[in-house]
Write a new protein. Structure first.
Length: 134
């Protein structure tokens, strides 16, 4: 009477599962950090912590939205934690406070620095909003 564990089919199945798992482990890291595809009516919000760590969030801008709305939308989806200052600039994002180590949260829209208040900066479909801690 032979045991199930010693059958050739059992070992082939086990090796197949292990092989598939190893392929997933090797391929998955290469897909992390790839660009999020833009869709109609969407924007991309990026958070650059100034230390090599970044987060990306894709949201909807089907209504007239501002850079502040985009940040709040990411906050509402538990993507990040935002504390607001009185001028609608973030006082902190994910506990990185303005002034920490001499750095501030700086707003860029489509790779151009914006000096206006985020509540006044209108965004359109396809815009890339970047908050950079520098």
């Amino acid at each position: 009477m032979s045991s199930y564990i010693f059958k050739k089919e059992t070992w082939l199945s086990f090796i197949g599962v292990v092989f598939a798992f190893l392929i997933l482990i090797l391929i998955l890291p290469f897909s992390v950090g790839t660009a999020i595809p833009k869709k109609d009516g969407s924007f991309i919000l990026m958070i650059d912590y100034g230390n090599g760590v970044e987060k990306k969030f894709q949201g909807s801008s089907k209504i007239k939205a501002t850079a502040w709305d985009a940040l709040q939308q990411a906050n509402a989806h538990s993507f990040l934690e935002v504390d607001a200052a009185l001028d609608f600039y973030p006082a902190s994002i994910d506990k990185n406070e303005n002034g920490k180590n001499g750095k501030q949260w700086i707003l860029y829209v489509n790779k151009k620095r914006v000096f206006a208040s985020p509540i006044e900066v209108k965004i359109n479909s396809g815009d890339e909003i970047l908050w950079k801690f520098e």
